[in-house]
Write a protein that binds this ligand. Structure first.
Ligand code: GTP
Ligand code: K
Ligand code: MG
Length: 496
């Protein structure tokens, strides 16, 4: 009966390969198969040294020939210098490098052509207009080249997401994470899990079909169960990443808060290297929450300046204080700022007692917010004088002067450490989940595994295992509603 088991495993493996390798049934393939040839400027807009214009689709060869006539197609994948001219008027457009990528060995899997032209506005628009007049060609929509690549199986969905993130990466850590995803690490991990699941499913199905058969290997069900159990543990561990990958993709929320006039806005301006907030000697200057994206030591962060926390003020400032408290709740990392020369004032005491002390007492490893205590205006302390003693329960403070910049390096190093803990090290460990979509499918897979293990009916257990496997397939291979794919591809610019 072993051969029966093998057959089953092989059948299930074939099904899985189909599930994982192919894109969602339906629309993307339908679009790519529409026979359209698309073209777009693939380099950035505006005047530049060299601009790259691409085409993809069956009419690419004709497009290349009609702009470079009377010359034949250049050799595949080799740059050739050609005079480009308007196919109708014969008017010269530019002397350019052209490349010919016959499908399927191209980025999109279709026939592709590239025109590397001089980056002047008139040259680029002249070539684009000439391409628009070639029969069968139309301008590309945002992300359409990548969508073709996905439809032809050149990129999996997680790789497509990695590519989008790479194009949008603004910090070093984001770039590293995006490259890993583009390399397919998350996809490979899912394929490995899906294969384990396929084996377990084959064992269960074998038992359903041949359970009464004496020749069936012993302990088949037990083996399947322990495989599923191990998978459950692996998925749970991966889901318990405290959303580090998502944070790395969209930025950690760092909120600057403290009593009035502590120098919060001065610190926000210093860290973002631009005048985001108004700074003045008047307490209560900042009223609204002011948010700015910053690169802190290679990590992306969304830095919020807030109103100074105090009671007994007018209605407008009171609303500012309410908004500041709201924002405090949402912080991944709180930068608590106080005036080092004013620690005994009622507003400083109150802030230390009600915000800093309770937060400092919590363990950030248990998913809580993180905290850095900053004592600003150290330049106002007489040289060699420490600031007034703080209650022992508080975290060790960092001394800073926004005025002189003293202590800024130490603060930046501390920020980097905190952000590394919040966002994870994109260069090490297993690939992180960068999107809510990944988390959704993994959680759904885990739920289905739980159902499978909890079921006393083998047929229902097998059904739950199949559902679990489908979620892994959706994560890497796409699938699900067409709108989801639209959302992912809309992230791209035109020409990508
Ligand atoms: N001596 C000294 N003055 C500072 C330092 N940092 C800020 N200040 C001054 O302190 C005053 C208040 O600074 P802000 O940055 O407006 O303080 P804030 O905490 O944002 O104030 P509110 O928004 O009103 O709560 C300004 O006059 C700053 O120039 C510092 O390190 N040393
Ligand atoms: K102020
Ligand atoms: Mg301010």
């Amino acid at each position: 009966m072993r051969s029966g088991l093998r057959t089953l495993a092989a059948r299930a493996a074939r099904g899985l390969r189909r599930l994982c390798a192919r894109p969602a049934s339906g629309a993307p393939a339908a679009r790519a198969g529409s026979g359209a040839t698309v073209f777009a400027l693939s380099s950035g807009q505006g005047r530049c040294g060299v601009a790259v214009i691409r085409t993809s689709g069956p009419a690419s060869g004709a497009a290349l020939r009609s702009l470079t006539a009377p010359r034949a197609l250049p050799p595949a994948r080799r740059a050739s210098l050609r005079l480009l001219s308007d196919p109708r008027s014969g008017e010269p457009l530019d002397r350019a490098l052209v490349l010919w990528f016959p499908g399927p060995q191209s980025f999109t899997g279709e026939d592709c052509a590239e025109f590397h032209v001089h980056g002047g506005t008139a040259v680029v628009s002249g070539v684009l207009e000439a391409l628009g007049r070639v029969p069968g060609l139309r301008p590309a929509e945002a992300g359409e080249f990548t969508r073709q690549a996905f439809a032809h199986g050149k990129l999996s969905l997680t790789e497509v997401e990695g590519l989008a993130d790479l194009i949008h990466a603004e910090t070093e850590a984001q770039r590293r994470q995006a490259l890993r995803q583009l390399d397919g690490e998350l996809g490979h991990l899912c394929h490995g899990w899906a294969e384990t699941l396929t084996q377990a499913l084959a064992h269960v199905e074998a038992y359903i079909d041949f359970g009464e058969d004496d020749n069936l290997e012993e302990g088949v069900l037990e083996r399947a169960d322990s495989q599923v159990q191990r998978l459950q543990a692996a998925l749970s561990a991966h889901l318990q990443d405290a959303r580090r990958g998502q944070r790395l993709r969209s930025g950690a929320h760092v909120v600057v808060a403290g009593p009035p006039n502590a120098g919060k806005s001065s610190l926000v301006n210093l860290l973002s290297r631009k005048p985001v907030s108004i700074v003045s000697p008047e307490p209560g200057t900042t009223r609204d929450v002011l948010e700015t994206p910053v690169d802190l030591g290679g990590f992306p962060a969304l830095l919020s300046d807030t109103a100074g926390l105090r009671e007994g003020v007018g209605p407008v400032e009171q609303e500012g204080v309410r908004r500041a408290r709201d924002r405090l709740e949402q912080a991944d990392l709180l930068l608590a700022v106080l005036d080092a020369s004013d620690l005994a004032s009622p507003s400083s005491r109150d802030f230390l007692d009600t915000v800093v002390a309770p937060l400092g007492a919590r363990d950030p490893r248990e998913g809580g917010q993180r905290l850095l205590l900053v004592l600003n205006k150290r330049d106002l302390l007489a040289p060699g004088t420490p600031p007034a003693a703080l209650p022992a329960a508080l975290p060790a403070p960092l001394l800073l002067s926004c005025l002189t910049g003293q202590g800024l390096d130490t603060l930046l190093a501390a920020l980097r450490t905190e952000l590394a803990a919040l966002c994870g090290d994109p260069g090490a460990g297993p690939p992180l989940l960068t999107r809510a979509r990944h988390r959704h499918h993994l959680q759904a897979c885990l739920d289905a595994l739980r159902r499978a293990r909890g079921s006393s009916d083998l047929a229902l257990a097998a059904e739950a295992l199949r559902a679990a496997r489908a979620h892994l397939g959706h994560l890497a291979g796409g699938g699900g509603p067409e709108e989801l794919l639209d959302v992912i591809f809309r992230d791209f610019c035109i020409g990508k």
